[in-house]
Each structure stands twice: as C-alpha cells, then as structure tokens.
Design a protein. Structure first.
Length: 130
C-alpha cells in the first residue's frame, strides 16, 4: 500500500487554501497526480507545511512528523508537493532540501483544479472540478 504525505507552502496553506480541500478531494477521487494510484491501494497520511519562507524548516518539520507518528507505525512511501509549493519562489530550494534527506519518491503535484477567475462559470466548474 502506498502511504502519501503532502507537503505544501505554509503561506499558501495558511492564507490562500481553504483547508487544503483540493488536495484532499483530488486524492479521494484519484484525480490529477493521484491518478497513479487509481488501481492500487493508497492512503493519505497527512499534509504538512514547509515551515515558512525560505523553507529552512521543512526538513525539521518532516523529522517532527516522523517522530510524532512513529508509534503508529505509519511511514510515507511517497511525498507529493502541493501546487502552492510549486508556486513558491523558494520551491527549488525546498525540493532540494527534501530530496537530500528523504529516501522515497517525491512527486511534484497533487491536484489540477486551477481556475483563471475567482468565480468561474458553471461550465468552467464542471470542466475543472469534474
């Protein structure tokens, strides 16, 4: 079974995203970058932020996550990077920091639910949000 941990941008998660619902919905629907799990067994272990700009706390946050959940015996097999992190000016640095410390696959993406407008039309919502 794949065990997924999502890493997102602290500023995006705190100030822009509404409960990280798009990442969670995409995982539940096996949409976007989660379509790779549609024929297999996968669970979402959690969502963690980078720790804030410039991402120097991301490794510490991952270590804390690991320690906090060690007694559960749950360990991620994949890390997915949320779109908010990909939009961050420090994204490459953060990705490099994560990649240098974890020994699992890093997937750059979660959902594809993006809109060019604040209030898309009904047709746009159906097209983008399925």
């Amino acid at each position: 079974m794949e065990k997924i941990l999502i890493v997102g941008c602290k500023n995006g998660m705190d100030d822009v995203c509404v409960g990280c619902t798009r990442c969670i919905v995409a995982f539940n629907r096996r949409a976007g970058h989660f379509s790779r799990y549609e024929d297999g067994d996968a669970s979402l272990l959690g969502i963690v932020s980078c720790g804030g700009c410039p991402g120097s706390a991301v490794v510490g946050k991952l270590v804390l996550w690991r320690e906090w959940n060690a007694f559960l015996g749950e360990h991620p097999t994949k890390i997915h990077l949320a779109p908010c992190l990909k939009l961050c000016p420090y994204s490459e640095t953060i990705i490099d920091r994560i990649g240098s410390k974890v020994q699992i696959e890093i997937v750059e993406g979660t959902h594809l639910y993006m809109s060019d407008t604040i209030f898309p039309s009904q047709a746009d919502r159906l097209l983008h949000d399925g």
